[in-house]
Design a protein around this ligand. Structure first.
Ligand SMILES: [Zn+2]
Length: 309
């Protein structure tokens, strides 16, 4: 039941045409952050700035105050060329299964420390808002780490799972997925995520795990598939969509990253959710990601002291 994965195309040639050099990357970011021009934080004048030579900074032509438009973005304080940042974003958004920090290190010719920092910063741009989901929604939990298995009887056994982390996911059929790393499969965690991210009018499909027993009481229409009796599909009652996402995610993590520490798991899961949620966008994933550069910027311009670069 795995859906064909055909994201909008954006090739390396497209990328090199749109962002041939450092300057084109800087202009793209500034245009996104300040479509109406950069306002001076001291005097408020717009479009009256002189570029400081060879820096990512401008000087206000009116009062001389230095303006740092990249302050508060993931690029602030970084000495890595913007073109490398953009290329890293291109690689992370374009590959089907993601790319590791180690691969970034090789592709960009930077140190591992720099590659890891870029990797985690770009991941922040991949966080999804998490709902709310409606219509037909499948909910399932899975264990990540150790030996992977999708079999229900393994999933619900409490033996030898201590090195695994629980992830709960909900997917709207034909729509988006949302996930959360949770401490255990007790019903409070399962039901809380559902109540938080799924509209009460939704129809929820789960397996027979006890943690979902109280869902009907929360107002949801609740259908369960009896995996332990080896029933996987009964009419529209199944959890194949969310299981398809789990296998995409696990194959990706296994193939690209090999192993993931529990502390970072949520950010890895977010990356796969991002890719899944934007798989049908008309706009290429790289552009979706690039447009989020504004997201990491804190505050409104003028409310914080500029950061020197
Ligand atoms: Zn000024």
């Amino acid at each position: 039941m795995a859906e064909k994965f055909k994201p909008a195309k954006y090739t390396i040639n497209d990328f090199n045409r749109d962002y041939p050099d450092e300057e084109s990357c800087l202009v793209a970011i500034v245009d996104m952050l300040y479509p109406a021009g950069i306002p001076c934080r001291a005097c408020g004048q717009v479009r009256a700035h002189a570029r400081l030579s060879n820096r990512r900074a401008w000087s206000c032509a009116h009062c001389g105050t230095h303006v740092y438009p990249l302050a508060g973005t993931i690029f602030a304080k970084s000495t890595t060329p913007l073109k490398s940042w953009f290329y890293a974003m291109f690689l992370m958004a374009s590959t089907r299964c993601g790319i590791s920090a180690k691969q970034l290190e090789r592709e960009l010719g930077v140190t591992y420390k720099t590659a890891w920092r870029m990797f985690t910063q770009i991941r922040k741009l991949m966080e999804e808002d998490g709902g709310p989901l409606s219509g037909e929604v499948e909910v399932d939990e899975t264990f990540v780490g150790g030996k992977f298995s999708n079999r229900a009887h393994v999933k619900h056994s409490r033996n030898s799972l201590s090195n695994k982390v629980v992830v709960i996911g909900a997917v709207q059929r034909g729509g988006k997925v949302t996930t959360a790393v949770i401490p255990n499969v007790r019903k409070t965690h399962l039901v809380n995520l559902i109540a938080e991210r799924i509209m009460p009018a939704a129809t929820v499909f789960t397996d027979e795990a006890k943690g979902y027993d109280k869902l009907g009481g929360r107002g949801y229409v609740h259908h369960r598939v009896n995996h332990s009796a080896k029933v996987y599909v009964s009419g529209n009652v199944h959890t194949n969509t969310i299981e398809g996402f789990w296998s995409l995610m696990k194959n990706g993590i296994r193939g690209t990253h090999h192993a993931v520490g529990a502390a970072y798991l949520q950010s890895y899961v977010n990356e796969y959710a991002f890719r899944y949620n934007h798989r049908r966008d008309a706009s290429p994933m790289f552009r979706v990601l690039a447009n989020r550069v504004t997201k990491t910027r804190y505050g409104i311009y003028g409310t914080y002291a500029p950061i020197g670069e």
